[in-house]
Design a protein. Structure first.
Lengths: 113, 113
């Protein structure tokens, strides 16, 4: 299991490509077989498979082969490392805005929620 | 103003580098002058400046020169595009977990909150 920084690096490199992001976007809806994933792209199958391999090495997707059909799925929690990193980059001003938001919610008159 | 997909692409490419992420992490605390940013890295200043230029072109940071001193800041909302994209990639299972969470919160007995 790679550490947090290594994992972040691998995931960000995997996502810094529009084709791979499009694959992730499709798989966020449901798992898909490779031919379905290939359909929207005017790309040779070996190139698509290479992108899938990068995503699989980054543990963003996993795939299973049944007979001749390979089904690809988004791994649960695959993007958690990115959520975590983004949360850490909140500036003091943003934290202050959060606290103000909480304060306003708590002190709002009853009935106005 | 670039569109959402272009902006996402530029920001992810900028963040897919550990030095640039370290700069963003430092700037999330407070603005900093270039010499401060350079201090933790065993890197020639021109290389650091090149990383800063990538972040500036991606509109993740901005910089201002007063006399000989250049101060770099994280731009407010610079990472919003990434928050937005991540939110869109929530799987149906994650959406369901969210709804379940809301349901449990709403139906929890009074006094247990």
């Amino acid at each position: 299991m790679p550490n947090y920084r290594d994992r972040l690096d691998v995931v960000l490199r995997a996502l810094a490509d529009p084709t791979r992001r499009a694959i992730v976007e499709r798989l966020a809806q449901s798992p898909a077989v490779v031919s379905e994933l290939a359909a929207p792209f005017s790309m040779a199958l070996p190139s698509l498979m290479q992108h899938l391999r990068v995503l699989e090495d980054a543990e963003v997707v996993s795939s299973q082969k049944h007979g001749r059909v390979r089904t690809v799925s988004l791994l649960p929690g695959a993007l958690d490392v990115l959520h975590l990193w983004l949360a850490e980059q909140r500036t003091p001003a943003e934290h202050q805005a959060d606290r103000l938001g909480i304060h306003l919610t708590r002190s709002s008159p009853k009935g106005i929620t």
